[in-house]
Design a binder for this molecule. Structure first.
Ligand SMILES: Cc1cc2nc3c(=O)[nH]c(=O)nc-3n(C[C@H](O)[C@H](O)[C@H](O)COP(=O)(O)OP(=O)(O)OC[C@H]3O[C@@H](n4cnc5c(N)ncnc54)[C@H](O)[C@@H]3O)c2cc1C
Length: 366
């Protein structure tokens, strides 16, 4: 089959790797100009990720990561209120990205043009890119994340993502920049702090190039914060309002200063020190989204283009892997209406359950 995929992050790459392996002609179109290398942090791998890596012959990626030796909960004064729990490994998002990206030849992975629409007629399906080119295929897959252009075309009346009322401020600080006193408390531990209308957490992840050696890694801190005025928070340094997030380097200096000052007055000092040490904090609004359909004729949706679950679930990548494996199976059965029906029956249920789980985990926040 000739298959074109919008979005070249995890869901798009997973699907492309599996479908190419099965002999299909697959082209991926990713909107980002520079590519995604070095932009991720860590993730807790789940069974779907192990299965997918096994299928593409890269099992070892799931064995490389940073181990948090225990969980700690901090008190407001920065002391450790409780400690314990089993060790937990965070694998590197970037290792996973590079391992799957390497399965796709450069001539099938196109950067710098985004999809703006998708459609189908008696002859097949098409994906339209932002320079006006229309690419024809037997199947168009929307793996283009929360703002999916393929979803908008496939389900024009769908309500889309719903803002939950809180955002995640993020810091991803090289270990070398962390104050020693904060590193002594936080490094190699999964740390939490709970407060009314907020939660902070953090853990050590690999360096931007997958470095595992202490001193060359990064500390990933997340502060979930109730934020009624989302547009103000997502107004970037040029005055433009982004719909979902502001990447590193685009947060207004006054917004970053306000966040660091508030962290100092509301969070335990080790977390406040991490945010103060981050030269380029970034922010991501938290949404819930459920799709009523994942397949319509020659159009399909997978990953965050279909369901967006709150990050507390830590299941976004596993969900993308599960979607990609089920989709590839249905395509290999000829993408018949029965195969499409089975794909939807399996993945719609899983997506809804994960979104619902995220809602319950985040209920105290928004
Ligand atoms: C740079 C990056 C770093 C991440 N780091 C982590 C991490 O450390 N830990 C973690 O658990 N999760 C991380 N995530 C999120 C995680 O990968 C996703 O939640 C999950 O895997 C679902 O992936 P997805 O491919 O469906 O969606 P996404 O990861 O959101 O990817 C969607 C992709 O589609 C592209 N795109 C958007 N619109 C268009 C369009 N119109 N046309 C073409 N392409 C388009 C985007 O640039 C993006 O690459 C990261 C995501 C990104 C993009």
């Amino acid at each position: 089959m000739r298959i074109v995929i919008a979005g070249g992050s995890m869901a798009g790459l997973f699907a492309a790797a599996l479908l190419r392996k099965a002999g299909h002609d697959v082209q991926v179109h990713e909107r980002s100009r520079a590519g995604l290398e070095g932009r991720g942090a860590g993730l807790v791998a789940q069974q779907e990720v192990f299965d997918l890596l096994h299928r593409i012959g890269r099992d070892e990626v799931a064995r490389l990561g940073v181990v948090a030796r225990e969980r700690i909960t901090l008190a407001r004064d920065g002391s450790i209120a409780s400690a314990g729990g089993p060790p937990q490994m965070q694998i590197s998002w970037d290792h996973l990205y590079v391992a799957t990206r390497m399965q796709i030849p450069d001539e099938a992975y196109h950067l710098g043009r985004g999809a703006i629409a998708a459609g189908q007629d008696a002859d097949g399906a098409w994906l339209e890119l932002d320079d006006g080119e229309r690419i024809h295929a037997d199947l168009v897959i929307g793996a283009d994340g929360i703002g999916s252009a393929v979803r908008r075309s496939m389900l024009p009346d769908d309500a889309g993502p719903r803002y939950t009322g809180y955002v995640a401020w993020r810091a991803l600080v090289p270990e070398a920049l962390l104050p020693v006193s904060a590193a002594d408390v936080l490094s190699d531990r999964f740390a939490f702090f709970h407060m009314p209308g907020g939660q902070a957490l953090g853990y050590t992840v690999t360096g931007a190039n997958g470095e595992l050696t202490p001193g060359q890694r990064r500390y990933n801190a997340v502060w979930y914060r109730t934020t009624p005025d989302l547009a103000a928070t997502l107004t970037n340094v040029d005055g433009r309002v982004h719909p979902y997030s502001l990447p590193p380097g685009t947060v207004r200096p006054d917004a970053a200063r306000e966040m660091v000052t508030s962290a100092r007055s509301l969070l335990p000092w080790p977390f406040a020190d991490v945010f103060a040490a981050e030269p380029q904090p970034f922010v991501q609004a938290i949404f819930d989204m459920e799709t009523p359909r994942m397949a319509a004729g020659r159009l399909a949706l997978i990953g965050d283009a279909a369901f967006v679950a709150r990050p507390h679930t830590a299941m976004g990548v596993a969900k993308a892997a599960g979607d990609a494996m089920a989709l590839a199976h249905a395509v290999n059965r000829g993408w018949t209406s029965e195969a499409r029906g089975d794909f939807e029956a399996e993945r719609l249920g899983t997506g809804r359950a994960i979104v619902d789980y995220g809602r319950r985990l985040g209920a105290s926040l928004g």
